[in-house]
Design a protein around this ligand. Structure first.
Ligand code: ADP
Length: 247
């Protein structure tokens, strides 16, 4: 395979913090329309990998090809424009705005036709807000203050704020942490809906959820891949069992 055969091709990725390699010569490949889950014990390097992809941390060496671009050569805002969205664990929604307004302000500026009349742009944005609100189970909550949403609904709203920018790769850090059982299964449904147009890269600790959503699992340990494949394969891998149960 060539890197261009994949949506995301991470090759030889390394980052050192004062000589300590948090990510060490890591290579992995994500296909289009794939849900990939990264698991691994605390300190394995999972967050650092997402930080490297979104440009928050600069790589010491290696490449991250996304389509035809090497993300290691781009700045954070250029990476967002290239089509990579990242949701952090702490919600960054605006509590004093409504659900509609939170989605509306996230619509990319300058995305609509140049010179379009204001009402044309407004209509495009409104349609897209409704489309996304439906996807994130909030179409009946558009006029509600975001402050009044449940924890799970706030997480969905934040995913919606990324979806409205139509990223081709969406990265999520523990998306179901703190969610109820029914919110978890709706989140799985949401991810399965949105990969029709993109791929999703998720860090997750909840193994039941990983089992529900992952097409493929990458197990990190000490900045390297310990095992990779279907959940079925990695959970029966003796190396994985040792790392998870051996401590
Ligand atoms: P995980 O998300 O798998 O728990 P992290 O990616 O957060 O792991 O961290 C991997 C390792 O890199 C840890 O040992 C952590 O202390 C170290 N690390 C992460 N970021 C930095 C940094 N900015 N400076 C120094 N060490 C860091």
């Amino acid at each position: 395979h060539q890197p261009k055969d994949f949506l995301l091709a991470v090759e030889g990725l390394t980052v050192s913090f004062d000589g300590f390699k948090a990510v060490n010569d890591l290579s992995f490949y994500v296909e289009e329309n794939e849900i990939r889950v990264i698991i691994g014990p605390n300190g394995a390097g999972k967050t650092t990998v997402l930080d490297l992809i979104c440009g928050k941390t600069k790589a010491t060496s290696g490449s991250i090809h996304f389509r035809d671009k090497d993300l290691t050569k781009l700045k954070e805002n250029q990476i967002v424009k290239a089509g990579v969205g990242r949701k952090f664990q702490t919600p960054s929604i605006y509590d004093d705005l409504t659900v509609f307004e939170n989605l509306e302000i996230s619509f990319p500026r300058g995305r609509t036709v140049f010179g379009a009349l204001t009402f044309t742009r407004d209509a495009v944005v409104r349609d897209r807000v409704h489309e996304v609100a439906e996807m994130i189970f909030l179409k009946d909550r558009l006029n509600m203050s975001a402050a009044l949403l449940s924890h799970g609904q706030k997480q969905w709203l934040e995913i919606g704020m990324l979806l409205i920018q139509d990223p081709e790769l969406l990265m999520l850090d523990e998306p179901v942490a703190g969610m109820s059982v029914s919110e978890r299964s709706k989140t799985a449904e949401l991810l399965n809906r949105i990969i029709k147009n993109r791929s999703v890269l998720v860090i997750e600790h909840d193994m039941k959820f990983v089992e529900d959503i992952a097409h493929k699992v990458t197990v990190l340990h000490q900045g390297q891949i310990l095992s990779e494949g279907t959940m079925e394969k990695v959970k029966n891998d003796p190396k994985v069992i040792e790392v998870y149960l051996g401590h």
